[in-house]
Design a protein around this ligand. Structure first.
Ligand code: PGA
Length: 231
């Protein structure tokens, strides 16, 4: 079971070191910390398994604001998140670009957490499976079922809203994704200490990508403990 902390644009190096000095991962699960780029080095030096929140597909070049997989490896970073819905929605990332980012990261030896998920409009108009299929097949085509690839199912309507998928909705979406691409699938979207055990206990739920509740040591530890109790 993998529990990943997506810190988004929170925690500079000082707060990162403070958090990791107080956090102990329970035995029996894998934990990945995904801090902002500016805090990657501090997190790696503190001994955490560290994932970046994005990675570019080229090894170097005129791509202002981007970071390559080789640069991340040089920092001791283990992997990268790609295709988070905030990147897709706010920064115009496409399925094709996300797939290229995933492939470059895998080829450079990084692990990848590739995010997919439908909006509320897409779910309500009956297009959830179509959207997931388009997003997952781009990854399947570019990378395939690689041992370092993990998918995160994050229904956009559940991110930061306090609204989670029901355990049944999560289980159904995860099973659908795995039929398209046979890799572990994390659930993300308002995972909290009080719903973690039920969500993580569903079949085909192989871990969680946690945003808001990963920012405090206490709540993130409680989620990790719920995962450890199930593994
Ligand atoms: P949330 O974020 O847990 O705050 O909903 C999850 C994510 O965006 O990865």
């Amino acid at each position: 079971m993998l529990i990943a902390a997506n810190w988004k644009m929170f925690k500079g190096p000082r707060e990162t070191v403070d958090f990791l000095g107080r956090f102990r991962a329970p035995d029996g699960i894998d934990v990945a910390i995904c801090p902002p780029f500016a805090s990657l080095q501090a997190a790696a030096d503190a001994g955490a398994t560290v994932y970046a929140q994005n990675v570019h597909w080229e090894p170097e070049g005129a791509y202002t604001g981007e970071v390559s997989a080789a640069m991340l490896r040089e920092l001791g970073v283990a992997g990268a998140v790609v295709g988070h819905s905030e990147r897709r929605r706010l920064f115009g990332e496409t399925d094709e670009g996300v797939a290229r980012r995933a492939r470059a990261a895998i080829e450079a030896g990084l692990g990848v957490i590739a995010c997919v998920g439908e909006t509320i409009e897409q779910r309500e108009s009956g297009d959830m499976e179509l959207i997931l299929k388009i997003q997952v097949e781009a990854l399947a085509f570019a990378v395939g079922a690689h041992e370092r690839l993990v998918v995160a199912y994050e229904p956009v309507w559940a991110i930061g809203t306090g609204r989670t998928a029901t355990p049944e909705q999560a289980a159904a979406a995860h099973a659908f994704i795995k039929r398209l691409l046979d890799v572990p699938v994390l659930y993300g979207g308002s995972v909290k200490p009080d719903n973690a055990e039920e969500l993580l206990g569903q079949s085909d739920v192989d871990g969680a990508l946690v945003g808001g509740a990963s920012l405090e040591v206490e709540s993130f530890t409680a989620i990790c403990q719920a995962a450890a109790s199930l593994s």
